[in-house]
Design a protein around this ligand. Structure first.
Ligand SMILES: NC(=O)c1ccc[n+]([C@@H]2O[C@H](COP(=O)([O-])OP(=O)(O)OC[C@H]3O[C@@H](n4cnc5c(N)ncnc54)[C@H](OP(=O)(O)O)[C@@H]3O)[C@@H](O)[C@H]2O)c1
Length: 208
């Protein structure tokens, strides 16, 4: 079974690198596939790039790694997602990383779920930097990866995927928790980019 990734930028490439290293087949969907031919070829024979439509059709699990302003059109480009798992790694960032354009009483993921008819939307891979998705290894523990979504089976599938990629995958329950996970992404962005602490850190969970 392949995994499709819409968007071949920082996040898409990072996840594809980690997935192909673990033997998974990745199919990118982008508006202009030829633009990414060389970059995708560099990932090796398990990666390929196609149109959005072909990538969506090819897999049961599709990761959305595109700018927030492209999400609505992609969600509505498919009349019926037919139960496919749509993993929302996006964040509704305001220009200049000034904050989020949506939140508190809803979330980007909840708005996506309203538009992507028939999709099982799961929020994941939005709370840490792309470098951590390409390489989750840290010397003193596993970086955490919170995951939420309304469909329990789909959530388990994405929790397993995050575990496979080396994260401490944390079940955060229903999709409504995306209201907290999207602002949480801003915490990472604030430290890494606004306060200049760099991108080589990740949050972890302690338990007793
Ligand atoms: N960067 C991070 O560390 C990070 C971490 C967590 C979450 N995120 C979130 O993840 C999302 C992607 O971030 P990024 O840094 O990877 O962005 P990016 O480097 O700008 O890459 C965006 C990718 O999406 C493609 N794209 C644009 N419109 C598309 C469409 N309609 N269908 C399919 N592909 C489309 C772009 O293709 P073109 O080149 O042809 O435009 C590009 O390959 C954002 O929502 C961001 O907030 C980012």
């Amino acid at each position: 079974m392949s995994i499709s990734i819409l968007g071949a930028g920082n996040v898409g490439m990072a996840l594809a690198k980690a997935l192909t290293q673990r033997g998974e087949t990745v199919i990118f969907g982008v508006p202009e596939p030829e633009k990414y031919t060389a970059a995708v070829a560099a990932l090796g024979p398990l990666a390929q790039v196609q149109s959005n439509g072909a990538a969506i059709a090819a897999s049961e699990l599709i990761i959305l790694a595109i700018p927030a302003n492209a999400v609505a059109a992609v969600a509505q480009s498919v009349p019926d997602w037919q139960g496919k798992i749509l993993v929302d790694a996006t964040n509704p960032l305001a220009p200049g990383l000034a904050g989020l354009t949506i939140g508190t009483h809803t979330s980007g993921a909840e708005e996506l779920a309203k538009l992507a008819k028939g999709a099982r939307v799961i929020k994941a891979f939005n709370t840490t930097g792309a470098e951590n998705m390409a390489d989750s290894h840290y010397p003193h523990g596993l970086p955490w990866m919170p995951v939420c979504g309304d469909d329990a089976e789909a959530r388990q599938r994405v929790l397993a995927l995050a575990t496979q990629l080396g994260f401490d995958a944390v079940d955060c329950g229903d999709l409504q928790a995306a209201r907290y996970l999207e602002p949480f992404a801003m915490t990472w962005i604030h430290l890494a980019l606004k306060l200049g602490q760099g991108r080589n850190f990740a949050f972890a969970r302690l338990q007793r």
